[in-house]
Design a protein around this ligand. Structure first.
Ligand code: ADP
Ligand code: MG
Length: 210
């Protein structure tokens, strides 16, 4: 079972984690982009938390729509519309309930991912956030299908996101700013795949009560 209260905690904890890691995310983006990924994400998630503080809606759609709109409104870079689409996709899939079965959370993350793909039109191995999302969602589905509880299943998803994030290091970027560097984008970890790992690790931590 996943609840709207957990969804709120996820967003709040993500904002703190991103704030802690903002300098590291920016350093990664400085190497192959324009050095704003940490500040972009920090600004976006701070705005998301502010919106949630003033929000009376307690259901999934209300929460995730507010987060998506905050990210789209506050982040100038590519990652704003992409992460914004993720949360709007989740809002649409989950609708106005406040509790869902584990498989519905997995389906909602998948719907969010599909929205990112539709907006960004990247493919796997283009060295983007998709390279962390995709293996994570596969691991989550497999763990749930194998009878795991949501907490341990999300731990497997976070571990797969981390492996996917590391696997971006040898890739040559074919989408986004890093693609302007061509071969010189190799041997650097993708900033967006790194923030995706943080977001999924935080979800696992919240659901596991850590
Ligand atoms: P910008 O590149 O506009 O400065 P950010 O630095 O905030 O935006 O975000 C960069 C990250 O966005 C990249 O590391 C990559 O993971 C992700 N990204 C860029 N373009 C795409 C895309 N088309 N599809 C998926 N992710 C993308
Ligand atoms: Mg950037």
């Amino acid at each position: 079972m996943f609840t709207a209260a957990q969804a709120r905690s996820w967003v709040g904890s993500t904002a703190s984690v991103i704030e802690d890691q903002a300098a590291a995310l920016t350093r990664l983006d400085a190497a192959i982009g324009d050095g704003d990924h940490g500040s972009n994400m920090n600004r976006g998630f701070k705005a998301a938390v502010q919106r949630l503080d003033g929000l009376e809606d307690e259901d999934f759609a209300g929460i995730f729509k507010a987060v998506g709109m905050a990210l789209i409104g506050k982040i100038g870079g590519a990652s704003g519309p992409l992460y914004g689409s993720l949360f709007l996709g989740m809002a649409k899939e989950l609708g106005d309930g406040t509790e869902v079965e584990d498989e519905r959370l997995a389906a909602a993350l998948r719907a969010g991912y599909d929205s990112v793909v539709a907006r960004g039109k990247a493919q796997l191995e283009d060295k983007t956030m998709l390279d962390a999302w995709h293996p994570a969602l596969e691991a989550l589905d497999a763990a749930l299908a194998g009878g795991k509880e949501l907490g341990p299943a999300l731990d497997e998803a976070a571990a797969a996101a981390e492996a996917g994030m590391k696997a971006t290091i040898p890739m040559v970027a074919r989408k986004g700013r890093a693609s302007y560097l061509g071969e010189r984008s190799r041997d650097h970890q993708d900033p967006g795949a790194t923030s995706t790992h943080l977001i999924l690790k935080t979800l696992a931590d919240v659901v596991n009560g850590r």
